[in-house]
Design a protein. Structure first.
Length: 277
């Protein structure tokens, strides 16, 4: 009697795809992926940043000459350099004018004494003495005022010069600081751009290297869905009927086994015409 055998197999096209997938996956994973090419890279310092660094270093202490010069405008005698060269001429001219006016006052006293008939008298002498004393005091006060005025102007000029030097020193620092900040900012922008380019190149290389893995991953995912969702096919095969000899041998084999089980170690019973074992 013929025997029919059946087995459940996937569709033939899925079998081919699965074999191809396994082959490609094995070839791809045969060697480890070299990830050193994806190592992060840091953009170097931009030339503008280097220039800012050098400028900042060169600017340290740039204000010192101004501070030194400003110090020369302080302390005793510092105003002497700012005394007007015409100060003495002004004093001499002013005092000469004063003396001229003072002389006129003495002349007036004599004229008054002459009109009153006391010319050359004691009263005239007292008036002249009092006038001269007062005139000398006024002259001294005027001279002191002129000298003090010149000193005060020179001192004010020295103080202004001191303030100017300090301001210029601070200005140098501020201007250099602004230049350093501008150069540093522009350099940082350039460095950031260079870093972005390095990162983009690294990401491009990474995507290219991982593309086969992602492609096989998508294929494997789709293949798994197809294997689980696509109906399988039954494959049947029919075995031919056994010949009489195969049947007899099969019966004898079965019979011998049965007898062996019945008689155990004693073996099957001996019959006439049988050869004893």
């Amino acid at each position: 009697m013929a025997v029919t055998q059946s087995q459940l197999l996937p569709a033939p096209f899925l079998t081919d795809v699965t074999k191809t997938y396994a082959k490609d996956l094995g070839a791809l994973t045969a060697a480890p992926l070299d990830t050193s090419q994806f190592a992060p890279q840091v953009a170097g310092q931009d030339p503008l940043q280097t220039q800012a660094y050098n400028l900042a270093g060169a600017g340290i202490g740039a204000y010192q000459p101004y501070l030194t010069q400003a110090g020369a405008y302080t302390g005793p005698g510092s105003q002497a350099a700012f005394m007007s060269p015409y100060q003495q001429d002004v004093i001499d001219t002013t005092m000469q004018q004063y003396d001229t006016q003072a002389a006129k006052g003495l002349t007036g006293i004599g004229q008054m004494a002459a009109r009153s008939g006391n010319l050359g008298g004691g009263r005239e002498g007292v008036m002249r003495s009092e006038y001269q004393t007062e005139s000398d005091l006024k002259r001294a006060a005027l001279l002191a005022q002129l000298q003090q005025q010149g000193f005060g102007q020179a001192q004010t000029a020295a103080q202004q010069a001191y303030a100017n030097q300090m301001q210029m020193g601070q200005g140098i620092q501020q201007f250099q600081g602004a230049d350093v900040a501008s150069l540093g900012q522009m350099g940082a922008t350039q460095q950031a751009q260079a870093q972005a380019q390095l990162d983009a190149a690294r990401e491009t290389e990474r995507l290219a290297a991982y593309e086969p893995y992602e492609r096989l991953g998508y294929l494997g995912s789709g293949l798994g869905s197809m294997l689980s969702g696509y109906p399988a096919q039954f494959q049947s095969s029919v075995a031919p009927n056994p010949t009489p000899l195969q049947t007899a041998l099969g019966i004898a084999s079965v019979g011998g086994g049965v007898l062996g089980n019945l008689y155990g170690n004693q073996g099957a019973p001996w019959m006439p015409g049988w050869q004893k074992p």
